[in-house]
Design a protein around this ligand. Structure first.
Ligand code: SAM
Length: 283
């Protein structure tokens, strides 16, 4: 039991036997806690009719659990050295494929059609490499509508931003852009001590459930997302000061008046509906 995939003993032994060190440049922090693995799997709502896309399978700790519980696992791993180790650790399964590619360079819709065509339910499950958490999520959300749920381990601070509500310190552009498309919920907090090597920050698991029927609809989504970035350029500034670099100040003031907002309001006080109203009117 001590050497079960995902235990401390297993991770240390596998790295030693293969003369490997966790690579910082790939954000490698291997999970060693069975209880956290269980919580991730439970939050992932898996069954044999569901395919999983995993990013960064590493040594296969989470992948093993996903193969046990899902119909198929399509895993993207950038580190070529880990590929033979993964195949060895997953030898008892036939319902997986490891693709040795950078997830940021993948044509995900093409891969889903070609490799997961028979699955209607597709969930993304990952212990993400922290150095590219935000680009991975934003890329996938903008590229594809075929993934219904995202269950992801990430830095606690990023999780709090993603789940942030208006009028709190955590609410920022990332909260708005993600909550525009999905219901975001923190599943659990994860202490740094359960990883090898131990990162400098604590982590958390986030669950995003995409709206089947859009909850919010901006007239021009590209314009809306750019507008949101402008709104939060400088946190200390008022909304109007952030926006007046790019948009006509008087027009913004007039729009704020239309929805009874104080001209000195800060971006973190606005709801998603209010942002959409302003963006639509500016467009
Ligand atoms: N899933 C394993 C676990 O939980 O122990 C490893 C998680 S580790 C935090 C992140 C993994 O993502 C590593 O295996 C790393 O090599 C991989 N990775 C890093 N950048 C990647 C990228 N751009 N595309 C695909 N995989 C990547």
């Amino acid at each position: 039991m001590q050497n079960k995939i995902g235990s401390q003993a297993f991770v240390n032994k596998t790295l030693n036997e293969n003369n490997l060190h966790a690579k910082k440049k790939f954000g490698q922090n291997f999970l060693t806690d069975q209880n956290i693995l269980n919580q991730i799997v439970e939050a992932s709502d898996l069954d044999r009719d569901t395919a999983v896309i995993e990013i960064g399978p590493g040594l296969g700790s989470l992948t093993e659990r996903l193969c046990e519980n899902a119909g198929f696992v399509l895993a993207y791993e950038i580190d070529t050295q880990l590929i033979p180790i993964l195949h060895k650790n997953l030898a008892r399964f036939t319902n997986y494929e490891v693709v040795n590619e950078d997830i940021l360079k993948v044509d995900i819709n093409k891969d889903i059609s070609e490799k997961l065509g028979k699955f209607k339910k597709i969930h993304l499950v990952a212990n993400l490499p922290y150095y590219i958490t935000t680009p991975i999520i934003l890329n996938l959300l903008s590229q594809t509508k075929k993934i219904q749920k995202y269950i992801m381990m990430m830095q606690l601070e990023v999780c709090d931003r993603i789940c942030g509500k208006p009028k709190t310190k955590d609410y920022n552009a990332l909260s708005v852009v993600i909550q525009y498309r999905a219901m975001a919920k923190k599943v659990c907090k994860v202490p740094r001590s359960v990883f090898i090597p131990q990162p400098n920050v604590d982590s958390a698991v986030v669950k995003l459930q995409l709206y089947e029927v859009a909850k919010y609809k901006a007239k021009d989504e590209q314009f809306f997302f750019e507008f949101i970035r402008e709104c939060f350029t400088q946190r200390r500034k008022t909304l109007i000061n952030n926006l007046s670099n790019k948009y006509d100040k008087n027009k913004v003031l007039q729009i704020l008046k239309e929805i009874n907002l104080n001209p000195a309001i800060r971006s973190e006080e606005l709801t998603i509906e209010q942002f959409i109203y302003i963006a639509d009117r500016l467009k």
